[in-house]
Structure formats: C-alpha cells, structure tokens
Ligand binder design. Sequence first.
Ligand SMILES: [Zn+2]
Length: 427
Amino acid sequence: MTSVVIHAHCYQPPREDPFTGLVPVERTAAPFHDWNARITDESYLPLATARDLSARARVNLFEWISFNVGPTLAIWLEREAPAVLDAMRAGDAKSVERLGEGNAIASAFNHVILPLASPHERQREIFWGLHDFRARFGRESRGFWCPETAIDDNTAQSLAEAGVQFAIVAPYQIRDGGHDGQPRRWKGAKGHSLWLAPYHGELSGSIGFGDLAQQGERLAHALASISADRGIASIATDGETFGHHKRHGEMALAAAIGILRRTQQATVTNFAAIINSRSDWADCQLVSPSSWSCAHGIERWRSNCGCGATHDTGRAQEWRGPLRDALRWLGDSLDGADGDDPELTPQRKARYGMFTSCGWFFDRFEGHETRLLLRMAAFALSGRKDADELEAGFVKRLIHANCNDRALGNGADLWYRDFHALIKPHT
Ligand SMILES: [Zn+2]
C-alpha cells in the first residue's frame, strides 16, 4: 500500500505586547482585531470543520493531516479559540487510534532558527517545545518541526539527545538523496541518530504557490500518482495556505483526502507511521546548515542574501546582520545573571522570543515583525538594575542597522523614538 502525508505548519508569532499580555489592534488584519484572529477564522477553524462536498459531510482535518501548532499560537488559541485547540487534540487522538502514531508533532517554543541559536538557547527551545506539547497533547512527541525547517548537525544532535526521533525537511536538505521521498537516518558523531522525513518539493510548491490547493480532484490525482510511483507522496506547507492564502483550500484538501480514502489509492498517514513501516531506511548526511525558505542555507536570518517577501532588489536587507549581532550581544549579556533555571518566566519568554525568525524574514527593518523583537528586547531589559548599561551596549550595535526608509534613520534612532520609553525602571 502506498502512503500520503500532508503536513500543516500552524504558527503565528507572539503578537502579545509583553507589557500588557494583550495583542494590540493590527489594522492590516481588518475587519479582524489582529492576524491571529483572522488566520484562525480563515484557516485553523476551517481545517477543523472542513466541508467535504464530495461526501456532503464535515471533517476535522486534524484527524487526517500531520501538523504542528507552535506554542506561541497554541497559547493564544487556548485563550481566544479553545474549540480549535480541542479539535487539534481530538484529531490527534483519533490518529493515534487509527495509525498507532499521532498526527501532532512538537516544535521549538519560539520560532527561532535553531542553527543560529547558542547551544543553551537551542536546548531550552527544544525542551520547552517538547514540554508544551506534552502538556497539550498528553503524550510524548516523536517528531519535531524545526522553524523554517532550519537544521544543521548541531541541531540534529540536540534533537536526538532530547529524545526526538524525526524531523521534517525539504528534499534538498538531505545530501545525495531526499528526492525519492523516503525517510533517511542521520547519525551523529556521538552515536545518536535522527530520522529525516523529506517532503515532495514540487508538490508542496504547487500547493503553496500554485492552484493545487483549490482543486480537490486534481490534488487527489497528484498525490495518488506520486505515491503509486514512489511509495510515498508527502507535502509540507503552512497551515494558513488552506483558507487564508488559498480560498476554500480546506475544502479541496477534505475532498482530496475523501477521494483517496474511498478509492483506496493510498493510505492517508503520518511520518511516524511511515518510519515504523520499515527497518531498512538508508543513512544520510545533512546539508548543514539549510532551511526550506532560503536558497543560501540560513543567510536569510543574518545577512543581505536577497531572499525576502518581495523580489524588489531595491530594498536592501543589510540590516539583518547588525540586528542579529545586536540581539546576540543582548541575549548573551542578559544570560550573564540568568543562571541555569529553566522556568519560563515572562521576562525569559521575551529574552528568548526576541530571536523569533519572522523579525528577519521580511524586507524592512522597520516592519511590523522586526518591531515585535525590539518590543521584546525592551521588556527583557525592564526592571533590571543593569538596564542602562545593557541598553547602551545594545543601541551601540543597532546603529549599524539602517531603516529601509532612510527618513527613519538607523536602528538607534528607531529605538529611541519607539522603544526606549517602554523600559520600566528598576524599583
Ligand atoms: Zn537566502
């Protein structure tokens, strides 16, 4: 029997203002209050209650698709849309019954580029991600979603040491392989191992960037023919593809899954169940470091590599390096007095959250996502005796990050205009 896996990465950045715990109004998300609310309405809720027109029924797609829900989104869902989180849990439980393996997998607590994290940041992000998963789904996670599928040998080693058994990767992240869709075993220098499950690049591209997510029959046909050919057809894409980016995408997905089930052309399953199905998968090496959204490895989150949201080369991304350096310096300096206590306090949430990858993903330094990082930096500095000294060191480095709108000056100008006054003094 051939296999089909569809993975949805469900994630939103931590939009809460750390000072109030509330998500401020985001005008671009109108008529919704903010983007979390809008994407939940357009994608996550529809995925949980999708109409399958071919069967005239509603289906909870979380029962049928592999998925991860980023802890920063899960925290928001718990508060604002608990029924969606309940549907994810129910879908996961049903998949355990059906396949012996759950559809849900864990991810890093914050959406950080794990290969760019310091060793202790990486360990904590993995530890907190697994801890959050256990609390929400009541079981251990076998798999892990690395933000932006960014991975290197150190990250694979940290995952394996934490007990993770597999990670999802793009086909080109596996050296000399991956394009046949078959899982491979990575082996670390210390004897640990990690399964790497590659998705189908072209098929995932047609879902995310073409119109395949809007045509159920065509999608079913594409999945069936690839799995007939190679044994496995798998897709990885953002959860918001279905509904938000591709209108009615959840209906097409429900129709495709319904067709595959009724015609028995392929088993709709998950990566853990596929890995279990054989014991002789081949070994491999990683392309280290690499990711699914930067052709240059992981440069998108630290240099002017040209990867961005627009393809307007006039918008230089030279600020990416200085921003990374400034936050690296601040994070390391904050850790000096932090000790080894792994408790996730609000202060620490901000300190680790200021490396959220979205801050580098887009083109403009003064953009919304980068400003979220600066707001978290202000919160992490608040209430500290050494805040003035740390702020001075941080700002000295931000000077080298220029706003894309030259009228706004550099990072230090932006900081003093919008963030400096947020810092609460030590009492
Ligand atoms: Zn790039």
